[in-house]
Design a protein around this ligand. Structure first.
Ligand SMILES: Nc1ncnc2c1ncn2[C@@H]1O[C@H](COP(=O)(O)OP(=O)(O)OP(=O)(O)O)[C@@H](O)[C@H]1O
Ligand SMILES: [Mg+2]
Length: 285
């Protein structure tokens, strides 16, 4: 293997961006001029239980882009995702979140979902007596503001289940009841496929998947993107394996609640080889 890029941190902003010129081309990219970001996070600060966890994060996802967020345990990745989704236990203490140009910093999780945001873990872990089909029908009707018939949703599920190589009987299983880890993850991608969000945030969708399931889930994400080319995806992951299938437009490294580097796939490969030691978080002040 040839030497990877070295990371130079800009002392002024603490972020090295060497993505330009190194940018991975994906089939989702078009020659159309970049208009406005579909998701924009400006200097976001998030606290939980009175402690600041996310300390000024800025990101901009343009239509069709896939950005990966990597970082060590406890660096604030899930907190960032939860804050973007509007989970009530997290307090946004500074900065703003824009979805399709609309300020959603203060919006409720439901309002965000209706505005086109999907967060993989926004739905209850286990819903007794409610099947996947019923849950998706309710979620679709709520998000799209129109009533969907059961047969319509069943038809949508048919293709989406086939894409994810899941049995058709899955539609009639109770939500998350007795699901294996891999089935839960596939179910998240299934939801994303059916709900057609403008922005999907996937937190550790690749954790606990075997090699084949990882490929199938990655392909499922790709198929969902192909069906809805303008959808942007923010993918939180610990492993660059899934990124090899997904070819992120950008990779961001979150350490100590800050983005300390942004780059292309080569940044994820560098992390896998060298770990996070090179990114020393600033002392907490
Ligand atoms: N509700 C909460 N109350 C108190 N502390 C919290 C809360 N949620 C998160 N934290 C703390 O914030 C820090 C960041 O947690 P977070 O879950 O965002 O990390 P992460 O980057 O997703 O880590 P991992 O890679 O392990 O999933 C941790 O120290 C965690 O204990
Ligand atoms: Mg996490």
């Amino acid at each position: 293997m040839t030497d990877g890029p070295t990371i130079e941190q800009d002392p002024k902003v603490g972020v090295a961006d060497f993505s330009e010129g190194n940018r991975v081309t994906t089939e989702h990219e078009t020659d159309a001029p970049r208009t406005a970001p579909v998701l924009e996070i400006r200097d976001l600060r998030v606290a939980a239980e009175g402690r600041e966890i996310v300390k000024g994060v800025s990101l901009a996802l343009y239509p069709g882009e896939l950005h990966a967020v990597m970082g060590p345990n406890g660096s604030g990745k899930s907190t960032l995702a939860s804050a973007i989704a509007g989970k009530p236990s997290f307090e946004i203490t500074g900065g703003k979140v824009f979805l399709r140009g609309e300020d959603i910093t203060e919006a409720s999780p439901d309002e965000r979902a209706r505005a086109g945001l999907f967060l993989a873990f926004q739905y209850p872990e286990e819903v007794p007596g409610v099947t996947i089909l019923q849950m998706l029908r309710a979620a679709l009707s709520e998000i799209k503001g129109q009533n969907y018939a059961t047969f319509e949703v069943r038809l949508m599920l048919k293709d989406a289940l086939a894409d994810l190589q899941m049995d058709q009987s899955f539609a009639d299983r109770y939500v998350n009841e007795g699901f294996s880890g891999g089935e839960k993850k596939r179910c998240e991608i299934l939801q994303m496929t059916i709900l057609e969000p403008a922005v999907a945030i996937l937190d550790e969708t690749d954790s606990g998947l075997d090699i084949d399931a990882l490929r199938i889930v990655a392909e499922g994400i790709e198929k969902a993107r192909a069906r809805r080319p303008e959808m942007a995806v923010l993918l939180i992951t610990h492993y660059q394996r899934i990124l090899r299938y997904l070819e992120p437009d950008k990779v961001h490294v979150l350490v100590g609640g800050r983005v300390v580097a942004s780059g292309g796939l080569e940044l994820a490969e560098l992390l896998e080889r060298q770990g996070y030691d090179q990114f020393v978080p600033e002392p907490v002040g």
